[in-house]
Structure formats: C-alpha cells, structure tokens
Design a protein around this ligand. Structure first.
Ligand code: FUB
Length: 332
C-alpha cells in the first residue's frame, strides 16, 4: 500500500536545513540536521557543493507544534581537526551527557567522524580535540540497543568516500566519480558499523561492512541501483527485529532491510519514500508517543536547488510484521 505524506511543510523557513536525525529527549523531539548555506558552489558530482560549516538543533514539543530553533550548537571553527564540509550529523544520550556526532574533512581532505559533548540536548557541544580514531566516510547514525550497547553506522558513496576504503586503506579516486566502487554483478558495498565504547567517544570495535541481501539470500549487486546502499543509514528496532534504512543515492529512494542482529546481515524489504524534489534524500525514523515518524528533507523551499534543502516530517505506518507503507511525497 502507498500513502501520501501528511505533513509536508518545512520544519523551519528562516534557514535551509537537511539530513535530519530525530530523538526523543526530555519528552520532546530534538532534530539534529545539516545547515545548508546559499552560494555553496557548483555540483561536480563529488559533493563539493555541500560546504556547510555549522549545526543548529531544532525541537518540537509535540507533533504539529511550532518548531523551535535553539541556535548554533557547533561551528567548524571550534573543531580543531576539521577543515570543511560538516555534513549529516546524529546525536545520542548516555549517563547525563549528550553526544553529537558529525562528519567533516580533516586536514588531508579525508572525511572523518567527530564527536562533541554537551549537557543539554540542544547543545552547545564541545568538540573533542581529534576525530574518532579509525573513523571514516560520512552520515553517522548511532543506535542504542535495549541492552545499552550502542552502534555507529556510517557510509556514503561517491563524495562520501566510502569506496575509497574498500581495501581497508584510503585510496584516492582514480578518475570518474562512481567508477571506483564495485560494478555490475559484483556485490554492492554496504554501510559500515562499529560498536561504541562505554564512554561513547571512541569505537570499541573496528568498523566492519554490513551485508544487504536479496530475497534469495544473495548480496545485492552493484548494478541494482534501485535497492543497493548509497548513503544515510538509520537503524530502528520494531517487535524484536532490526531495520536498516538508507538512501539509494542516484535512484533517489529511501528503502529498508530487515535483520535479526544490529550487525546484520539484512534482507531488503522495500521502499519507504519515493523520490522527493532535489537530488539527495535522507531520513530518520523515530517513535514518539506510540507512533512512528519519518523525518526527511527535500529541495522544495529552493525550487529544486540540490544543496538548499528543508527538513519535513510525516507519520509512518508500520504493520505488525515490520512492513512499512511506502510514502509518496508531496511535490510542492
Ligand atoms: O548533506 C550532505 C550529504 O547529502 C549528506 O551527508 C548525504 O546524506 C546527503 O543528504
């Protein structure tokens, strides 16, 4: 079954926002996302036109309530190791502290994942001196399981540099964007997952690749661009099963896969959101007051400019067996 999205208004209109993650802290929904800036540049296929430099935290007291902008929570000038491109972030809470996770390029132009710590869900956050050792690529998403173990999912193809790490070492792009990853019938790359250490500041285990399988138990192929992983991982748990959802990038779908462990493997299940206005699609799935919501973005507020996006949300229908009703976004 397919349904149309219900809430299709930008969360805020005084600035461009993107890449939402959403968490229920202190009985409100806090939204952690990117802050898009005008005049960021031309699209070179490597994502260089996304030149964001800071983050604002947003919150909703309730569904349908006005969205509050809590102001700047972190700026790149306060992150000692970062040089540019503060992309999709996430946040987590543990033992009285809030942890804000974000990707940025280091002094060698390599995407790393940083962490900044605060006392309140809206920040401000104090960045650690260095990035998380052993971290790379983009789009961190942290999931805390019921046994209190936390996992970080990361990875973005092309501009997000995931395929540069196929050998375990950073290998610069050889030429055309998109040609350094697996091709044709070869297994597509998956996102990477690492368990977080007790203090939430480092990885307890080295990042390892997640397998996403088709209905026959075979790895999705690189050529299967409607279903294979591209970027923007998110993890939610429903009735004891784990659901990895993500963007398919150049085919512009949000899709999901089901598994029995937070480490995978996962089996492809279906689509969550049909393509939105704009190139990128990025989301987060969160439960609030016994209902489920999809936070996502599109480029409607800028009439389609790829890097000028706005965060929106809508209710998600999830059946008892975990099946998610596909949403068709409003095209305005
Ligand atoms: O905002 C920059 C990048 O665009 C994000 O990291 C990706 O997920 C895509 O939304």
């Amino acid at each position: 079954m397919v349904k149309k999205s219900e809430f299709h208004k930008p969360l805020v209109t005084h600035m461009y926002t993107a890449d939402p993650s959403a968490h229920v802290f202190e009985d409100k929904i806090y939204i952690y996302g990117s802050h898009d800036l005008e005049n960021m540049g031309l699209d070179d296929g490597k994502g260089d036109h996304f030149k964001m430099v800071d983050y604002h935290v947003l919150s909703l007291d309730d569904i349908g309530a006005p969205c509050v902008d809590h102001g700047e929570a972190l700026h790149i000038k306060d992150v000692p190791w970062a040089t540019e491109q503060m992309w999709a972030p996430d946040a987590a809470y543990k033992n009285g502290k809030y942890y804000f996770y974000f990707p940025a390029k280091d002094k060698d132009g390599i995407f790393r994942i940083g962490v900044a710590v605060g006392d309140k869900p809206m920040g401000p956050f104090q960045a650690e001196e260095n990035y998380i050792p052993g971290s790379y690529s983009i789009d961190p998403a942290v999931f805390r399981d019921e046994n209190n173990r936390s996992y970080m999912y990361v990875g973005g193809m092309w501009g997000g540099q995931l395929e540069k790490w196929r050998t375990g070492q950073f290998v610069p792009f050889s030429g055309e964007v998109g040609m350094d990853g697996p091709q044709g019938d070869a297994p597509a790359m998956g996102p990477y997952v690492a368990e977080m250490s007790e203090d939430m500041l480092t990885y307890k285990t080295a990042p390892r690749e997640i397998q996403i399988l088709d209905e026959e138990g075979k790895p999705l192929k690189a050529s299967d661009t409607d279903r294979r992983y591209f970027e923007g991982p998110c993890m939610h748990k429903y009735n004891g099963k784990y659901y990895l959802s993500y963007s398919t990038g150049d085919t512009h779908y949000l899709v999901y896969a089901e598994g029995d462990s937070p480490l995978g493997p996962f089996t492809y299940k279906g689509r969550i959101l049909e393509p939105v206005i704009g190139w990128t699609t990025h989301h987060y799935i969160v439960e609030f007051k016994d209902k489920w919501y999809l936070f996502y973005h599109d480029s409607s507020m800028s009439n389609g400019v790829t890097y000028l996006r706005c965060i929106k949300y809508t209710e998600l229908e999830i059946a008892q067996d975990g099946t998610i009703t596909t949403i068709v976004p409003d095209q305005d």
